[in-house]
Ligand binder design. Structure first.
Ligand code: NAD
Ligand code: IPM
Ligand code: MN
Length: 355
């Protein structure tokens, strides 16, 4: 097939990890007879420096004209002055809103070899297979913001329609898995959460075969550490989802291995690792590329419909995690390029074995 992929490397380790993901996509295209073309576009701090704004119109146009968007990360100390007129992160939020990608899928499994790196005991990690569905274009991130003298506000707003569509997506995903859905809110305090809970009850009631459980977010933060294998699909609002997914990523040994797919009503999706620009290690060639590479696998699956190819990438990553020298965050000494080469070699050897 032919596909156009917009690549938005961004800041910090963003360019390093997107280069790794693109190298893997090139290999997949060669091996499976696809023609992928790539456009490189600015977002975040580099876009502020070069164009004066974090999401230039040319980038939006390129994304809208593509089949999928692959993003690295945005932000860094250079653009983090609280007085700054504009911040890199605004570019990412504006892109998510513009693409209408309201459902952010963040899958999490713990590879057995990495279980020892998790702060939890390895025996508590057996069978962990989570899929977070984070609402991505609403809530406190997008409500009205004010700053008057000593007072600041961030309005948290949700409509029934915004909750319905993301819960529906979570239900469909739960049906393709174990059928268990946990909805996370703070309905004992927040009005938006009460609307969230009532809407979730109604929407889930339209489906057969789903077991729904509600959890309050504070308790969920604890449960993710005490019995992470008890959960399947976890749906929640934007800010809670941001926090819980970084917490859960620690179970897998490093933030560097977690991918994400942000999906809307159509096929066009935005794919990015869940980690940030990691300014502390940027430019050293030591960033873990696995989160970005697995995001490319999600791109193949969700935007291009290439399930076989997506599985091939995931299997190659599994094999690398099982046997290869890994990056520093996972206790190894390998660099970004070395790990990427190993993934590509795995793809080659698997293909040869199949031939
Ligand atoms: P971060 O995720 O960038 O880093 C947290 C820690 O994890 C650091 O010690 C970092 O070295 C490590 N880490 C992250 N990714 C890694 C990888 N691939 N390999 C090895 N180690 C890795 O979070 P932060 O330091 O809080 O944020 C830095 C900047 O990134 C901020 O400006 C923030 O706004 C931005 N950010 C962007 C995104 C995004 O673009 N999607 C996501 C999160 C944070
Ligand atoms: C993420 C990041 C972003 C978020 C920031 C950089 C805007 O933390 O993708 O998880 O909060 O959504
Ligand atoms: Mn985050």
């Amino acid at each position: 097939m032919r596909a156009e992929i917009a690549v938005l490397p961004g800041d910090g380790i963003g360019p390093e990890v997107t280069a790794a993901a693109v190298a893997v996509l090139r290999e997949i295209a060669d091996r499976h007879g696809h023609v992928f073309t790539y456009s490189e576009n600015r977002i975040g701090g580099i876009a502020i420096d070069e164009c004066g704004e974090p999401l230039p119109k040319a980038t939006i146009d390129a994304c809208l004209a593509s089949d999928a968007v692959l993003l690295g990360a945005v932000g860094g100390p250079r653009w983090s002055d609280p007085q700054a007129r504009v911040r890199p992160e605004q570019g990412l939020l504006a892109l998510r809103a513009r693409l209408g990608v309201f459902a952010n899928l963040r899958p999490l499994r713990v590879h057995p070899r990495l279980a020892g790196l998790s702060p939890l005991k390895a025996e508590n990690l057996a069978g962990v297979d989570l899929l977070f569905v984070r609402e991505l274009t609403g809530g406190a991130y997008f409500g009205r913001k004010t700053r008057e003298g000593d007072v600041a506000t961030d309005e948290c707003r949700y409509s029934v329609g915004e909750v319905e569509r993301v819960v529906r997506r979570a239900c469909e995903l739960a049906l393709s898995r174990k059928g268990r859905l946990t909805s996370v809110d703070k309905a004992n305090v927040l009005e938006t959460s009460r609307l969230w809970r009532a809407t979730t009850d109604r929407v889930v009631g339209e489906y057969e075969g789903i077991t729904l459980e509600h959890q309050l977010v504070d308790s969920m933060a604890m449960l993710l550490l005490t019995r992470p294998s008890a959960y399947d699909v976890i749906v929640t609002e934007n800010l809670f989802g941001d926090i819980l997914t970084d917490e859960a990523a620690a179970l897998a040994g490093s933030l560097g291995v977690s991918p994400s797919a942000s999906l809307g009503a159509g096929r066009l999706g935005l794919y990015e690792p869940i980690h940030g620009s990691a300014p502390d290690i940027a430019g050293q060639g030591v960033a873990n590329p696995i989160g970005a590479i697995l995001s490319a696998a999600l791109l193949l699956r969700h935007s291009l419909g290439l399930e076989l190819e997506a599985c091939a990438v995931e299997a190659a990553v599994d094999a690398v995690l099982a046997t290869a020298e890994l990056t520093r965050d996972l206790g190894g000494t390998a660099g970004t390029e070395q790990v990427t080469r190993c993934v590509i070699e795995q793809l080659r050897s698997k293909q040869q074995a199949a031939a």
